[in-house]
Design a protein around this ligand. Structure first.
Ligand SMILES: [Mn+2]
Length: 315
């Protein structure tokens, strides 16, 4: 599997700058790729210098970061100039992604939502989002960059415009561009009370699974904990479906080592995915498939039992 490092796992603590963070990622076993936020991890630097510093690491992609000037909305900002600037920020991020050798631009529209009844015209704002994504997708397509929508049900807004797998797939249909897909963030799926593996299947069956943000959490919070630390069996099911659909993309850990040592936390994430992958391989994809086909709760839990007891034997 290909694993990507999250820059802010090191940088948010203030002890590391971007170059030191890249150096740390070079040392972590299993990390193959990097992800950059745009603008903060790219705009202040020379792309040539960033590439020179990366060594053996490749770039998976770039993620847009709309900061405080967009609190009233990114694409749906009531100020038309800001709405246009949000589209331009995405175009600039596509250019940055291309220059760095990446292939996917991840767009999370944290501020395109609403808090109050009567606060927005839903249809107008939905249409604005679709039209804006069409522009970004066309720009990306000309440059060979895929655009991936990362949905989240709420926070910072009370309601997000693109809040779950259903609306994301509807948006992708309406955008109508081949190069638009979805990034599944495990905590965001839990916040929406989705079954993460079901969301994965829905995206993958249409070849629209463009990215993963693995982490874990307590459903109502975007906790950003180590993958498998809270919802272990659902995490294993998620990895099973990744294998079933032959996901060949990069696994990015969107977890937040606030009090943990970043390098150790990242290594633990990788260890968890590798353990789940090994457990699935040992039990066998066909055997798991046959159990799913039975649609029987106790048989499913017996599989979970086998996985957990196997885990105990291994430790
Ligand atoms: Mn995420």
């Amino acid at each position: 599997m290909k694993f990507a490092g999250r820059m802010n796992s090191f940088m948010f603590k203030g002890n590391y700058d971007l170059f030191q963070t890249i150096e740390e990622y070079k040392k972590i076993d299993g990390i193959t790729h990097l992800e950059f936020n745009y603008p903060e991890h790219v705009a202040p630097y020379s792309v040539d210098e960033l590439k020179a510093r990366m060594g053996h690491l490749k770039v998976n992609g770039v993620a847009t970061r709309f900061r405080d000037s967009y609190t009233a909305g990114e694409f749906t900002n009531p100020d038309p100039e800001k709405s246009r600037a949000a589209v331009q920020l995405c175009r600039d991020a596509v250019d940055a992604c291309k220059a760095l050798g990446g292939s996917v631009l991840t767009v999370w529209l944290g501020f395109d939502g609403f808090d109050y009844a009567f606060q927005v015209d839903y249809e107008k704002n939905w249409n604005t989002i679709i039209a804006s994504f069409r522009e970004v997708a066309a720009y990306g397509e000309e440059r060979g960059i895929r655009i991936s929508i990362e949905y989240k049900p709420f926070e910072p807004r009370a309601f997000s415009m693109i809040d779950g797998i259903g609306l994301t797939l509807l948006a992708i249909d309406e955008i109508g561009s081949k190069n638009v897909g979805v990034t599944l963030d495990f905590c965001h799926m839990m916040m929406k009370n989705e079954s993460p593996a079901f969301s994965l299947a829905l995206a993958a069956r249409r070849n629209r699974l463009f990215g993963l943000h693995l982490n874990d959490g307590y459903r109502i919070m975007d906790s950003g904990m180590i993958f498998g630390s809270v919802n272990y069996i659902q995490c294993v099911e998620f990895i099973y479906y990744l294998k079933k659909y032959n996901y060949e993309g990069v696994v990015f850990f969107d977890s937040f080592p606030v009090r943990e040592t970043a390098a150790e936390e990242i290594a633990m994430n990788i260890k968890m995915v590798n353990l789940m992958s090994k457990t699935i391989d040992e039990i066998g994809m066909d055997r798991i498939q046959r159990i799913c086909e039975k649609q029987d709760g106790v048989s499913s839990q017996d599989l979970a039992y086998a996985m957990l007891s196997h885990k105990l034997k291994d430790s």
